[in-house]
Design a protein around this ligand. Structure first.
Ligand SMILES: [Zn+2]
Length: 464
């Protein structure tokens, strides 16, 4: 049973239960692909999968710079290109260089309309207001060592110990020891008590961190902490009914999580090729393939003299830990899964549960696609076609993308994994299905909602 349902059944989430009672819980809401935090937070903030946000993963190869970008798969992975550049990538570059300039974030949309937006600890925060680092000595040090000393966010902008637009008296938070949700609660309380925003993006990451540590089965206590952090906003607003008279609520997770029981390194299966191992250790001009893996997702980038995407996907297909691989062949999307092959092309007589139209040929069973009249659905891989197509169309994605088998996690660029704990990133349902609860909104959602739909809900609510 999904974590939230277990928490609700055990009475660990009384605040969320009271929101469900007063609003609506929508079934089958699906994450983006890969179901990894930077991709999913970008999907919520811009309403776009990677084709629109340009963010294809937690780690990826940046063709223009011929190096890996690493947003923090693990401490070891951040050392592949150097800790210095990884710090800039995860905070500044993600928002100001990598995230598409053609899309406006919710913060930009809301504030362009003259309303006030607030963000607490949310990684995709791009807005219109320049904020210097919160602690002056840190700013001086940042300038000396050449990392960012400012960023553009919404006018009310809080991010760990790095940025704070206001003095709230919240506890310190260096992003460790489950301090995020407590700090967020203190800041959120302060904002609600002052009626300090029109739109607030309130991000509680400690449930994810707890699941990585102990696996999804052991993380009930973290849900209790998150529930309490939501309760504190509501209390600051005078209790649930007065709070809901003033505010509408969307409660959504960015992705699910599954137990990681086995690590898989795909590199040995490619070791007859010259693999790019980071710009400090190898020359992209003579490397054939760059492997970007993190959690339960990976991408291969074809560099110089690489085998075809089909050949590379075939090599991945024989690795036990790889569940499926996808690539573009002759304008068709090809998905290889369990020995079968599906070819997908946008447009055509079939449609998915979100209304997208497709032409699908080959072995539909491979993706467990079922046909009901002209409607396609897959229980095992929710919203599979839209998600795969939107990833392969991303300018920064690898030519081959692949997803891990049940219980498997790919070893990242620094050799790390979460075996014994939890992981996510794959196309499969456990990593991909998320709770979506709305209160005080008029949600016109497709049969299979997506986290990208939150963007439209917010815009519609404010009449933007
Ligand atoms: Zn995570």
């Amino acid at each position: 049973m999904p974590l939230l349902d277990r928490a609700l059944a055990a009475g660990h989430a009384p605040t969320i239960a009271s929101l469900i009672e007063r609003g609506a819980r929508h079934n089958d809401c699906v994450s983006s692909f890969p179901s990894l935090t930077p991709v999913c937070l970008s999907a919520i903030a811009t309403g776009r999968h990677p084709d629109g946000s340009f963010i294809p993963g937690l780690t990826w190869y940046r063709r223009g710079e011929r190096r890996f970008v690493e947003y923090g798969s693990s401490f070891q992975a951040t050392l592949v290109e150097g800790a210095h550049i990884a710090i800039n990538d995860a905070i500044l570059n993600l928002n100001h260089l990598h995230l598409s300039q053609s899309e406006r974030t919710l913060f930009e949309v809301v504030e362009d309309a003259g309303l006030i937006a607030a963000s607490i600890n949310y990684f995709v925060f791009r807005g219109r207001v320049r904020h210097s680092l919160k602690h002056r000595p840190v700013g001086a040090l940042a300038r000396r060592i050449g990392v960012f000393d400012a960023a553009y966010g919404p006018s009310r902008f809080f991010f760990g110990e790095l940025f704070a637009s206001d003095r709230t008296g919240g506890p310190p938070n260096l992003g460790v020891h489950a301090a995020n949700d407590d700090q967020a609660a203190a800041i959120g309380r302060w904002l609600v008590a002052r009626d300090g925003f029109d739109f607030l993006l309130y991000y509680l990451p400690d449930v994810d961190a707890a699941q990585h540590r102990v696996g999804p089965d052991g993380a009930l206590a973290a849900v209790t902490v998150a529930d309490r952090a939501i309760a504190q906003l509501i209390e600051a607003g005078g209790g649930i009914d007065p709070f809901l008279e003033r505010h509408a609520v969307v409660l959504v997770a960015d992705h699910g999580q599954t137990a990681a029981v086995e690590a898989c390194d795909v590199r040995p299966a490619l070791d007859d090729l010259r693999l790019f191992a980071g710009s400090l250790r190898s020359d992209p001009a003579t490397s054939q393939v760059a492997v970007a893996t993190s959690n339960r997702f990976g991408m291969l980038y074809r560099l110089s003299g690489a085998p075809t995407a089909r050949d590379l996907a075939g090599r991945l297909g024989v690795i036990d830990g790889v569940d499926l691989a996808a690539y573009i062949d002759d304008d068709d999307i090809v998905v290889e899964c369990g020995g079968g092959e599906v070819r997908v092309c946008p447009g055509g007589a079939l449609r998915d549960r979100r209304g997208n139209r497709w032409t699908v040929t080959g072995d539909l069973e491979a993706l467990e696609l079922e046909r009901d009249g002209d409607v396609l659905r897959s229980g095992r891989y929710p919203n599979a076609l839209e998600r795969i197509a939107c990833l392969l169309a991303c300018v920064n994605a690898g030519e081959v993308v692949f997803s891990a088998a049940p219980g498997v996690e790919f070893v990242d660029g620094g050799g790390s994994h979460h075996v014994g704990g939890g992981s996510h990133g794959s196309l499969a349902a456990d990593d991909s299905l998320v709770p979506l609860i709305t209160v005080g909104l008029d949600p016109r959602l497709p049969d299979e909602p997506s986290i990208t739909d939150v963007y439209g809900l917010v815009r519609h609510h404010f009449g933007l």
